[in-house]
Design a protein around this ligand. Structure first.
Ligand code: PMT
Length: 413
């Protein structure tokens, strides 16, 4: 194995799950890759594997308690938090993810995670039903938006005799992911602009026409692009989501405002991704005062909004332009039509019909499934959490973009 982690300090947090037995091998693999490893265990982790095992494989004392005078005297938790180039929690239980999401600090590992400025990588491992639970998915989405990198979980047979997502990634996969954080990233030096959320088209000061977009897909794309190394500008309609760590943000309300905000900055953008559900029409004459219900019938006349995506894609020397297509039927035909008509470099299409299974994906859901098309290619991204799909889609976009704009090796003087 290459020494990809040479001279890197890794704090490995181990929480109380059956996958903890694999973490001893993980320590060995991290050290093989050149890393210095210090292990922090939660009390529950000590029920699965003894600290002595980790001490033997890491070659360092193991930290288990916030209130251990001896350990604090040797290397206190703040010192440990500063020492780390990266903090990896593997395995991370559902309980620990909840604790991280709440920002709690009631044991050594959670305190250290709050106290460190190092990148935080988390390898979830749990029963697949627990992983799919809405509470866990909400915690994961929140952590990803804050910049925490989720490594897995993988899919397959589990210790609890279930099959599905929830397995901790294998130690070698985890070492590769940790190493990747220190190497060049796929979107280093690239500026990405993303639109997200709905727009609101006002009828009067208190009423508007809008749609069910929650912003989750767009915000997940922003977080994934940032993690991939890009400078990210997120132009968002009204949503109730926290802006992902490190992402520049502009808030807008209507389609015209979104169009203006995008066009004002587009000249400096390398990749544009239109995830927003932009209203196609707006009231011709919004009323300055609240409409009274005096009439038996109210006719509202609508006019077309600017098409932001088309205007971006048609710019001379414009950015690499990716659209989304929200369809209730004929997904492929409609997406291909939009790809060609709007002259896009790529389009990601999703079904958004209401009723039955469809309610669980698309608009206002934590999961999605995407059919991605580009001139000469297509790929299905199977149903899964939006945070994971966003990561896969950003990698695909980066590959296509790099095909057109290869990174030039630096000249050696
Ligand atoms: O926000 P979530 O709840 O997570 O839901 C995610 C999503 C379903 C909103 C998202 O995955 C999605 O499909 N976004 C595109 C929604 C949409 O408006 O699709 P469309 O087929 O009507 O538009 C096609 C493309 O043109 C989109 O990239 C859209 O941003 C863009 N567009 C549309 C109209 C317009 N006036 N200007 C635009 O830029």
């Amino acid at each position: 194995m290459s020494q990809s982690l040479q001279n890197r300090n890794v704090v490995l947090g181990v929480t109380g799950g059956i996958a903890a037995y694999k973490s001893a091998d993980l320590v060995r693999r991290l050290r093989d890759a050149g890393a210095e490893v210090r292990v922090v265990m939660t009390p529950a982790a000590c029920e699965f594997v003894t600290p002595l095992t980790f001490q033997a494989v890491s070659g360092n004392p193991v930290h288990t308690s916030l209130l251990d005078e001896q350990a604090e005297a040797a290397m206190g938790h703040i010192e440990l938090a500063r020492w780390a180039d990266v903090v990896l929690v593997a395995p991370a239980t559902a309980d620990f993810l909840a604790k991280l999401a709440q920002g709690r600090a009631d044991d050594l590992l959670s305190t250290l995670c709050l106290a460190t400025r190092a990148p935080l990588l988390v390898a979830p491992a749990m029963n697949s039903v627990m992983w799919e639970n809405r509470a866990t998915q909400d915690n994961v989405a929140l952590l990803v938006r804050r910049g925490v990198r989720m490594l897995g979980p993988g899919v397959g047979d589990q210790a609890c005799a279930e099959t599905g997502y929830g397995r901790m990634l294998e130690p070698l996969e985890l070492v590769e992911e940790v190493s990747r954080g220190f190497g060049p990233r796929v979107l280093d030096g690239v500026t990405v602009m993303i639109t997200a959320g709905p727009t609101r088209e006002h009828l009067d000061p208190v009423r508007f026409i809008s749609n069910r977009s929650s912003g989750q897909m767009g915000y997940a794309m922003a977080a994934a692009a940032r993690t991939a190394g890009a400078d990210v500008l997120l132009v968002s309609g009204p949503v109730r989501l926290a802006v992902p760590e490190g992402v520049e943000y502009e808030s807008v309300e209507s389609a015209v405002e979104m169009h203006d905000a995008v066009m004002a900055r587009i000249a400096d953008v390398d990749i544009f991704i239109g995830v927003a559900a932009v209203a196609d029409y707006r009231p011709v004459r919004p009323k300055p005062r609240k409409i009274k219900k005096d009439e038996a019938r109210l006719d509202v006349s609508l006019e077309r909004n600017p098409d932001i995506l088309r205007d971006v894609a048609s710019r001379p020397n414009g950015p690499f332009t990716v659209g989304f297509a929200a369809e209730t039927h004929d997904l492929e035909a409609n997406a291909l039509d939009k790809l060609q008509r709007k002259r896009l470099d790529m389009i990601a299409a999703n079904l958004v019909a209401r009723g039955g299974l469809q309610d669980a994906v698309g608009f206002d859901a934590s999961e999605n499934a995407l059919e991605v098309f580009w001139p000469g290619g297509q790929l299905s991204l199977e149903r899964g959490p939006k945070t994971i799909l966003a990561k896969q889609l950003v990698e695909l976009i980066a590959r296509q973009y790099r095909g057109q704009h290869p990174v030039r090796p630096r000249a050696v003087s």
